[in-house]
Write a protein that binds this ligand. Structure first.
Ligand SMILES: Nc1nc2c(c(=O)[nH]1)N[C@H]1C(S)=C(S)[C@@H](COP(=O)(O)O)O[C@H]1N2
Ligand SMILES: [Mo]
Length: 343
């Protein structure tokens, strides 16, 4: 199995749905989202600069960062554009189906250790994270991939400066040698190829903060609400779309997650949403990672069946049965459907 390429240039590729039945997504099968050419950074020569509203600006090599107390989190990452492909009317952006997500074990250091060392000034409101990648977002306008976070989130122990993924040094595609990992948030916050952190006294106004990654013209959402935490979602990892299944003992299974609260239930329909059964939830390896779910099914009749899974979180958010349309196509957590044929 390999990643499914969605775009060659810049490289964007999603995880095959059947791989989403394992808790940890192998690194080589973990979706890749890149806005620009992928940097090729030399870990031995890499420097991270911390500047702006700090008492002591820092310029550190990877080794010095790795001397900070280490910490690991198992976290589910998801691209805010996951599920965009089905939106009608169509919207611009990478045409992700449902595989722009994965769960990995990340190791690094709590970001706040580094910020403590630099000494954050009282006037600080946000920290800006700048990647080594850059490119044109419109003719004549070149920007780096850069995103900010509120200071409160930078103090969270599990906001990580990560250098390992699944027990190995970060690979080039996933941000080598250093990336941010922000659990619960759509992965746009988890800046890869991190080279610079700038502490700001005014909210950041850059392209990927104030022009992209906003919910625009979405019913029920204040216009231009920034994309932050992941919306509740379940995916069906098996059976696969179009699979021919036997007349008994079929296991329907997948993962469910939400950025705001734990998963409370995943309901499954085998008749296109007319009736629903509650699936069995498995154990989630951490509060930041998805929860496995499964249901065994003995189909009552042969022929075509439309399977649907619908997750609800403990805060009471349930996935919508229809699309969540917005002009940039983010957070479309419509229920996942899979068509199968019973022998
Ligand atoms: N420097 C940099 N960081 C980045 C991006 C990028 O293009 N450049 N893409 C972001 C987005 S939108 C996503 S969904 C995640 C994807 O992380 P992954 O490729 O490791 O799955 O990285 C984020 N961090
Ligand atoms: Mo993304």
């Amino acid at each position: 199995m390999r990643l499914i390429t969605i775009e060659e240039n810049p490289y964007n590729a999603e995880t095959p749905m059947r791989e989403l039945s394992r808790i940890l997504t192998p690194t080589e099968l973990f979706y890749v989202r890149s806005h620009f050419d992928i940097p090729d950074l030399d870990p031995a020569a890499h420097r991270l600069q911390i500047e702006g509203a700090v008492s002591v600006p820092l310029n550190l090599g990877l080794k010095e960062i790795q001397d900070l107390p280490s910490r690991s989190v198992t976290a589910t990452l998801e691209c805010a554009g996951n599920g965009r492909i089905g939106l009608e009317p169509k919207v611009p952006g990478v045409r992700w189906a449902f595989g722009a997500t994965g769960t990995a074990h990340f190791t690094g250091a709590s970001l706040h250790h580094l910020l403590d060392r630099a000494g954050i000034q009282d006037a600080a409101v946000e920290a800006l994270f700048i990647g080594a990648d850059r490119g044109e977002v419109e003719p004549g306008r070149t920007v780096a991939f850069e995103r900010s976070l509120p200071m409160s989130l930078t103090r969270h122990a599990d906001t990580l400066l990560a250098w390992e993924m699944n027990g190995e040094p970060l690979t080039r595609l996933h941000g080598s040698p250093l990336r941010l990992v922000v659990p619960r948030w759509y992965a746009v916050a988890s800046v890869k190829w991190l080279t610079r952190i700038r502490i700001l006294t005014q909210p950041f106004q850059g392209h990927y903060q104030t022009e992209k990654y906003l919910y625009e013209r979405e019913k029920g959402t204040a216009d231009k609400t920034p994309v932050t935490t992941m919306r509740v979602r379940a995916v069906i990892a098996r059976p696969a779309e179009g699979e021919v299944v036997p007349g008994e003992g079929v296991e329907i299974a997948g993962m469910a997650w939400a950025g705001e609260a734990p998963i409370r239930k995943v309901e499954v329909s085998v008749d296109g949403g007319r009736s629903w059964s509650e699936s069995i939830l498995g154990a989630s390896p951490s509060e930041y990672s998805w929860t496995p779910w499964r249901l065994s099914w003995s189909p009552a009749s042969p022929g075509e069946h439309l399977l649907v899974a619908r997750a609800t979180d403990a805060a009471g958010h349930a996935q919508p049965l229809g699309q969540s349309w917005n002009a940039q196509g983010y957070g479309n957590n419509v229920v996942h459907q899979v068509r199968v044929k019973v022998r």
